[in-house]
Design a protein around this ligand. Sequence first.
Ligand SMILES: [Zn+2]
Length: 227
Amino acid sequence: MKISEQMLASHTRYKTSYSMIKGKNPGPTVFLTAGVHGNEVASIRAAEQWLKKFRQGDFVISRGKLILVPIFNMAAYKKRTRGKPDLNRTFPKSSGNTAGHPLSKDLFELAEKLRPDWYIDLHEANGLSSVNPKRLGQTLITNPGSKAIPAVRRIVSKMNGSIPDSAKHFTVRLKQKEGSGRTAASRLLHAKAITVETCWSLPLTKRIDYQSRIIHYLLEEARLIDR
Ligand SMILES: [Zn+2]
């Protein structure tokens, strides 16, 4: 396994680092991003913890490669704000359409070059989706017709099996979101693209734990790490 540190939007004030973690065998490519919204701290912490696990050798990428962006919108994270513009509306909406921000442009160009099999974007949201289906807290979202749907259903079922309070159960949501990284990766790159949303009114340690376990299951589904 080899870990190398690189930069997105390196010549701009938006620059942020990402890690490329390569397994010793060929295999799928997975993008994992957190901090597209700077105030969604549990997803950022979980991504940082996974980077640390790989650096310490607690987990090994057996095959393929992981592109891990722990804090995409660093400027927004420093202020703990969602960020303006909302970077999750700046990804290309159709082929030939360019991204509307240096960060989303750089990340999507990297994705176009590496053609990820999976594109996982970590977020947090309001509410509990199993209590109020209009809310996005505690959901895994993918696009209608996505090849990721079976994996998403398996992960939701595993997560819910370990959460005694059904109000906090995860649900599966199928939707398009124009300008989001997920929909761009699904539509333009045909990646298995998934957004993870924890509910940010739950305790931080709990949310980090949910995010971290979902990352673990996703890396297993993508076969980057062995079960
Ligand atoms: Zn978000």
